[in-house]
Ligand binder design. Structure first.
Ligand SMILES: *Cc1c(COP(=O)(O)O)cnc(C)c1O
Length: 219
């Protein structure tokens, strides 16, 4: 299958999962994860009509996205990988959404940069639902307090929560936990589900799925 066919297949599987869940049409956004792929490959997805993309590295993104964004108005770029505070300026300049706010230091750095650049990004908090030591994200028990801190102390409008469940576990309980935390925090966006489990995530209420290899192929 060609890239554009795989993309259309993902679109239609998302639509079917949304229907099966009894949820409103178009209530799930597809973030096409284009990390490691070159601009020419990404252009095929843009030509097919995809506008929302995810990348996990700031530096790699700087090498391809300024040009791709200049070519096509309406691109929405999400940072879905861990962010260091020394890259905050570059991240704020290039991205539209940062999904990986997970500690005070990075929240402060992003708040300062947004003020300095006069640019308001949309922000999600990453939650380490499996409490995996090697994985980024705030602990589930600390999430509500952290979201309140971002709002009240830093004036950041946190819109969503994001998680990456442990690779070797049934993702359902992790998706359910994220949905529960989002309700507790009063946020509407749930970024969860990847190539292997995005339909499951939609059944658990995902409003945004991050799909890479099912569209672009293996990395
Ligand atoms: C790479 C990546 C994805 C996409 O993973 P696939 O299995 O290729 O769909 C989703 N989310 C994050 C945070 C990623 O780093």
């Amino acid at each position: 299958m060609e890239l554009q066919e795989r993309l259309k297949e993902v679109w239609s599987r998302i639509a079917a999962a949304v229907r099966d869940a009894g949820r409103p049409e178009r209530s799930v956004q597809l973030v096409a994860v284009s990390k490691t792929f070159e601009a020419d490959t990404i252009r095929l997805a843009i030509e097919a009509g995809q506008r929302v993309f995810g990348e996990n590295r700031v530096q790699e993104s700087q090498g391809k996205w300024p040009e791709l964004k200049a070519e096509t108005p309406g691109i929405e770029l999400h940072l879905i990988g861990p962010l260091q505070s020394n890259k905050a300026a570059e991240a704020v300049a290039l991205f539209d959404v940062i999904e990986t706010i997970d500690r005070e230091k990075i929240a402060r750095a992003i708040a300062e940069e947004m003020k300095r650049q006069g640019k308001a990004l949309r922000l999600y908090v990453q939650v380490n639902t499996g409490l995996e030591p090697q994985k980024a994200g705030i602990a589930p028990d600390d999430t509500a307090a952290f979201v309140n801190f971002c709002r009240d102390e830093l004036g950041l409008a946190v819109e969503g929560l994001m998680c990456i469940p442990p690779a070797d576990e049934n993702p359902g309980p992790h998706f359910a936990l994220l949905a529960k935390l989002a309700e507790k925090c009063g946020v509407k966006i749930l970024s969860m589900g990847m190539s292997g489990d995005y339909e499951v995530a939609i059944a658990f209420g995902a409003t945004s799925v991050r799909v890479g290899s099912a569209i672009f192929g293996t990395r």
